[in-house]
Design a protein around this ligand. Structure first.
Ligand SMILES: *Cc1c(COP(=O)(O)O)cnc(C)c1O
Ligand SMILES: [Zn+2]
Length: 498
């Protein structure tokens, strides 16, 4: 729709202008640092940072309905910069000018309800938000769009020259980082650190294809993270892990989209999110809190964070009684929810802070953490696929988490659960195939449920067509006939009556 066709009061706001006053806010010492620089930790105390808009209160001067209408109308505006996560510019990163926005098609991912049969089997109505339908096939693109837009902006206003961007990754961060860096055409080069053998071949192919410099390190993600942290301390590099608070801002868009996709009524929802480095769950909490603060929603949904029992430091923290909790990293064991296989989540201090603020704002228990077995994760992923939903292993983790939350009465069947399939199923297809072949037992402790396994069938044909096409016409006809007959027998097909 053309701008002049929009309601008059919204027209001046359709294309956002830079506004607000973003600062880095240190969670440890409370110091505020100007946001016209690259910071990952507090220069004063080394603490973790969040970005805050010191002028957030300006958003409150308009009624909540203004924001709902503006964001709903932007869905009809054909402006690329605000077609992705920057549709929520005022809430997200209002200091970034529209001209610097990097848009590769991220965001606006679909919410798909589970078919009734699957809902019955699970015991509650639920939907999946398919965040694998992002440009690099995971939600990481949401954060990367903002991190790279900021980098582009900073490089322009400060004439930085070529920037080297680095990240450690369980696979998807590097795919997103490499893609968004590549889109800037040489202004930003990327280098990614991956734990060798702990990302899937599909994930490894992504940064290679986008031209990043790829390093495979022995160890697990947590080891790679320590290396990039040191690199970002000692050298002139841009860190693209979710320690970079601009990433967190971008990932808030998930919360805004869910609110919009449920007509801004969140009271009867439960959002189920897998947790690795805890950047995503932090961003979702932060986004929801902003929506309430601005009056765009009245009530908060429940949040259920899920971890594999093989990488569960957040679960272990929250199962301790309130007031007597202590955090300790865990040594991870191999998990099929490999993208969340993290023993010492970098964003844990952010999560602890925001989860407490969230429960205070919601006025009661509303943030829960459950754990899921490797077996449940795989079975749930495959079960969903059997009912028409393709989700990644972390999506399977969410479904296993939903079952656990229902069993523990943390959520009731009257609530609608929204599960995050954080990546595309095809990135993790090797786990499916290993499950079918019974190869997940030793390393992951997962047994194959025969009713979920599936293999291609071969026919006992002789004289198959050659690529050179030397088969005679008669032989080819015979081939088609015998193949059809064998398939019809295997499928027990009823012949058409003459
Ligand atoms: C990164 C990632 C996660 C974990 O998200 P965090 O922000 O690290 O907690 C989960 N699923 C997928 C597919 C991911 O790429
Ligand atoms: Zn500090």
């Amino acid at each position: 729709m053309k701008p002049e066709q929009f309601p008059e009061d919204l027209r001046p706001h359709l294309t956002p202008r830079p506004e607000g006053e973003m600062v880095y806010d240190c969670l440890a010492c409370g110091a505020k640092h100007p946001s016209d620089q690259l910071l990952y930790t507090c220069p004063g105390c080394g603490g973790l940072l969040l970005l805050r808009d010191l002028q957030f209160d300006r958003l409150r001067r308009r009624p909540g309905d203004f924001w709902r209408r503006l964001f709903d109308h932007r869905l009809m505006l054909n402006e690329r910069a605000t077609s992705g996560v920057f549709a929520f510019h005022e809430f997200l990163a209002p200091s970034i000018p529209v001209e610097d926005i990097v848009y590769l098609g991220e965001g606006r991912t679909p919410v798909v309800p589970a078919p009734p049969e699957l809902a019955r089997e699970v015991g509650a109505a639920f939907c999946f938000k398919l965040d694998g339908q992002n440009p690099s096939a995971s939600f990481k693109d949401r954060g990367m769009a903002v991190a790279l837009s900021f980098l582009k902006h900073l490089a322009r206003v400060k004439s930085l020259g070529t920037v080297m961007a680095v990240c450690a990754s369980t696979g998807d961060t590097s795919a997103a980082a490499a893609l968004y860096a590549a889109s800037l055409g040489g202004a930003v080069k990327s280098a990614v650190l991956l734990p060798k053998g702990r990302v899937t071949p599909q994930q490894l192919s992504q940064p290679l294809g986008a031209g990043a410099t790829v390093f495979e390190l022995p160890g697990v993600f947590d080891d790679c993270m320590k290396v990039v942290e040191l690199l970002s301390e000692k050298y002139q590099v841009a860190l693209l892990n979710s320690k970079n608070p601009w990433r967190v801002l971008g990932q808030e868009s998930y919360a805004y989209e869910v609110a919009q996709q449920f007509d801004w009524e969140l009271g009867d929802l439960a959002l189920i999110v897998p947790v690795g480095n805890a950047g995503n769950v932090t961003a979702i909490l932060s986004g929801l809190l902003k929506l309430v603060a601005a009056g765009a929603v009245d009530r908060l949904p429940k949040i259920v964070a899920v971890q594999s029992e093989r990488a569960n430091p957040v679960y272990r923290y929250y199962r301790q009684p309130l007031g007597a909790r202590s955090y300790a990293p865990v040594i991870v064991r191999p998990s099929v929810a490999q993208a969340a296989m993290i023993g010492d989540p970098v964003s844990f201090p952010r999560l602890a802070l925001l989860a407490a603020e969230y429960e205070k704002t919601a006025g009661g228990p509303s943030f829960f953490v459950v754990e899921a077995s490797e077996q449940a994760i795989m079975d749930c992923m495959l079960l969903a696929n059997r009912r028409g939903l393709t989700i990644c292993t972390q999506g399977g983790e969410c479904l296993a988490g939903l079952k656990a939350a229902l069993a523990q009465d943390l959520i009731t069947p009257s609530e609608t659960a929204v599960l995050d399939s954080t990546a595309h199923a095809l990135k993790f297809v090797d786990f499916q195939n290993a499950y079918f072949d019974g190869r997940l037992k030793d390393e992951y402790g997962v047994s194959t449920r025969p009713e979920l396994a599936n293999r291609p069938r071969e026919l006992s044909l002789r004289g198959a067509p050659e690529p050179s096409g030397t088969m005679s016409k008669a032989d080819r006809e015979l081939f088609v006939k015998t193949a059809a007959a064998e398939i019809a027998a295997a499928l027990d097909l009823t012949p058409k009556s003459a």
